[in-house]
Every structure is written in C-alpha cells, then in structure tokens.
Design a protein around this ligand. Structure first.
Ligand code: TXA
Ligand code: MG
Length: 326
C-alpha cells in the first residue's frame, strides 16, 4: 500500500522519516513529481531503479535545498555560479564534476564522475529536503519510459504499491521536466530542453551547444546523457506529430484552434500559449490515454507547436512519445 500524505508539517516530517529509513517517497516539484530517496543511502537509491524499472546506466538528479550545499558536493565555476544565481531555485539541472568528498551514492550518478544537481523551487520539495537534512535523489515518479506525472493521482496510477508514500503537493506549475545542461565539457551542452528556455540560458551565458533536435532525436542520440533514450515520455497509445488532419480512429491533442472532426480532444492551449501548453502536456497525454482506449480510438494526433521558448521542450517530449518503441 502506498500512503497519500498532505502538505502539513506533520506529514512532511513523516515523509522525511520514511526517507531516512531508506523508503521511497514521491513529492511535487515545480516541474513534475519526483520519486525520492535519500541520495546518500545506496540501498534506497537502488530501490528507485527497481520501483521505476529503470536501467542502471541512467543516472538520477540530486535535489538540494540551496546552492551552498550543492557546491559542497560538486565543483563550481564562474559559469555555474552565474546560472545558479539567475535560475535557482527553479527548473534548471546542471551536470557538474563530483568532488572527491561527495557523499552521494555512486549509483545515483550511475558510476559517472559527474552529478546532475538542482535546487527546486516548489515549497514541498524545499521543506522535504530541509526536513531530511540531506539531498534527495529523484527521477520523475513514473515507470521508466512512461509519461511523467504532474499530480499525485498520476504517481499512484504508475507506482501504487511500489513506493511507501506520495505527498499530494498540488499541480506542477511548469509541468515539464527541468532543462539539463552539461557544464563539464569545453562548451555548455544542452542535454534536455525543459522548464528554463534555451533563449534565457543563452542570454545569461552565451552560446549553448545543442545535441538534440526535436523530431531528429534518433540521428542526434547522444551518450552524454544516458537517459535520453529516444522512445520516452510515451503514452500507451501511439502518437503522431505535426498532424494537419485527424483520422477516424484518432484522438486529438490540440494547440490553438482544433483541427476538425476529432471525437476526443484535449486542448493544450486555446490561445496557443506555450507556458499553458507545457503545464498541461502530461496531463493531456495521461487523460487521452485513459479516455481514448474506452472509445475505441487507437492513436493520438498531436498538432504542431512552434519550437521556441517552452515549445522546444514540448516538441522534444512529443517527438520522444512519437518515436518507435523498442
Ligand atoms: O524536472 C526534473 O528534472 C524532474 C524532477 C523530479 O526534478 N526529474 C527528472 O529526472 O526528470 P529524470 O531522471 O526523469 O531525468 C533526468 C535526466 C535523465 O535524462 C538523465 O539521463 C540525465 O538527467 N542525467 C542525470 N544525471 C546525469 C549525468 N551525470 N550526466 C548526464 N545526464 C544525466
Ligand atoms: Mg523521467
């Protein structure tokens, strides 16, 4: 049985005690819900991979309460400091070199010399990390390859019985995972577009190398982020991108004025607003998945989104959902 906890001080303390005992607790962040374990407890971190069905070569993000704690564990640089001053707390993850003294379980970083770190802004995440007094390792709280959760109900739909508790933290403001930026190479490298726009990053630190082009994920597949498997974020129904018509057996994921003829529509944003669409994307995929099958619909047709701002991250997630499964 998985317990559902609330945002009260008592429940946060209880969740922190569970983490300290090596149990798994899902909690809300401003991006998506995370599946948390005490990052310094090897067995607890191993249990994350088990609960998610996640390959062990795919490293986890460590969540910290503040940047002082982060830079005690990983090496800083003027560029890292500039980014953290500007974007933390918030939806930016940095990949940095571990310090020799870093106490985070090696398994959390999949044995790499680097560690992905972020300081979330969501009050529940902040309070939980502070209550535990150590960083929390957390991937998104879904089964590996599935759609990330943006509500406690989504978490339970995928992980009920596999984790000790979920803290109902309300909806996720951003709704898409954090931007992952690797600072360990000669140039900053975008591993995953996400909640912080590429434009905002480049305004802060200058040119950022891009490895992943939406729609061309296969071609640009990179080993620098082992987790960027091409088929990912996938609903159980197949998904078709950049739809300009809707077939009889398709449900529609609309952006702006919907294409005609669909029996089932989830509107990401009537006004074609990218922030609103990002916040509703995973909700939409979960919902269409649940509704479409019951109506005999066999595929999701997704309308195009412009690839700037958060549109870059939305298009990235859609192209992964659309990729051949394997
Ligand atoms: O918004 C988010 O980032 C959410 C919330 C819970 O914080 N977390 C999340 O974690 O999306 P996850 O595990 O689903 O995605 C983390 C990504 C993966 O693609 C992983 O491969 C990459 O970050 N990553 C983690 N550590 C890395 C490292 N040391 N080097 C390169 N990539 C790394
Ligand atoms: Mg994930």
């Amino acid at each position: 049985m998985t317990e559902t906890l609330n945002r009260t001080d008592r429940d946060i303390a209880r969740a922190a005690a569970m983490l300290a005992e090596g149990k798994l607790v899902a909690f809300g962040t401003e991006t998506v819900y995370g599946l948390g374990a005490d990052a310094q407890n090897n067995k607890a971190v191993a249990a994350i991979f088990e609960a998610k069905g996640r390959p062990h070569f795919n490293p986890l993000i460590c969540h910290y309460a503040n940047e002082e704690d982060v830079f005690g564990h990983v090496e800083d640089s003027p560029m890292a400091r500039r980014l953290t001053d500007t974007f933390w707390p918030g939806p930016l993850t940095l990949v940095l070199k571990r310090r020799i003294t870093c106490p985070v379980a090696l398994l959390a970083g999949a044995g790499l010399e680097t560690l992905a770190v972020r300081v979330p802004s969501h009050p529940v995440a902040q309070r939980l990390i502070l209550a535990l007094g150590r960083p929390i390792a957390a991937p998104s709280a879904n089964r590996s390859g599935g759609v990330s959760p943006t509500s406690a109900a989504h978490v339970l739909a995928g992980l009920e019985g596999r984790i000790a508790a979920v803290i109902d933290s309300g909806p996720c403001r951003v709704g898409l995972e954090s931007t992952v930026l690797d600072l360990t190479g000669p140039q900053p490298f975008l591993l995953r577009p996400g909640g912080v726009n590429l434009e905002a990053l480049e305004a802060s630190i200058g040119p950022v190398q891009r490895g992943i082009t939406p729609g061309k994920a296969e071609q640009s597949r990179t080993l620098r982020s082992p987790g960027m498997l091409v088929s990912h974020y996938a609903p159980s129904l197949p998904l078709r991108m950049n739809a300009t018509h809707v077939a009889a057996d398709e449900a529609l994921l609309a952006f702006g004025p919907p294409l005609p003829g669909a029996k089932l529509v989830f509107q990401l944003s009537e006004a074609a607003n990218l922030n609103e669409a990002a916040a509703r994307l995973f909700e939409g995929l979960h919902w269409l998945d649940a509704q479409a099958a019951a109506r005999g619909l066999r595929q999701i047709a997704a309308m195009a989104v412009p690839e700037y701002g958060l549109g870059l991250a939305i298009a990235d997630r859609l192209s992964r959902a659309a990729a051949p499964r394997g």
